[in-house]
Write a protein of this length. Structure first.
Length: 134
């Protein structure tokens, strides 16, 4: 998928670590949700309503903060640096349903997912996420 996107958009040759953390988080939010939704589609017969509820249980700042805390010990130094940049970035928005600390940790996690996507490390993203949500 990334190769197809690179064909149409000018993201080739850009070092993901040089992209701002909030932009990485913006992209990473979609990547994270896509992995979650794909996982839900692959884990048995469920109604769309049930999958949507499970999706909402895993795709929110509080849940992402919990998942980030489980994943962080397995981050490489570079991934940890991306996570910290995202977590510490000053954002003009905040979550309506979680505290600011959870929101910032979730932003850090989303930054890492954006980094993985742009650096072609989707296997790492899926494997590490699955290892902590099973």
């Amino acid at each position: 998928m990334l190769e197809t996107i690179k064909k149409y958009y000018d993201i080739t040759g850009k070092d993901p670590s040089s992209i701002g953390p909030l932009k990485l988080a913006y992209l990473g939010d979609c990547v994270y949700e896509l992995i979650i939704r794909t996982t839900l589609m692959d884990t048995g017969e469920r109604s769309v309503k049930k999958m949507n509820k499970l999706d909402h249980d895993l795709v929110n700042a509080t849940a992402q903060a919990t998942i980030a805390k489980r994943m962080e010990p397995f981050f490489t130094e570079e991934e940890r640096a991306v996570f910290k940049r995202g977590r510490n970035a000053k954002s003009n928005s905040a979550s309506k349903h979680s505290d600011i600390q959870a929101y910032r940790i979730a932003t850090g996690l989303e930054s890492v997912f954006g980094y993985w996507y742009l650096s072609g490390q989707m296997d790492r993203a899926v494997e590490l996420l699955h290892s902590v949500i099973d």
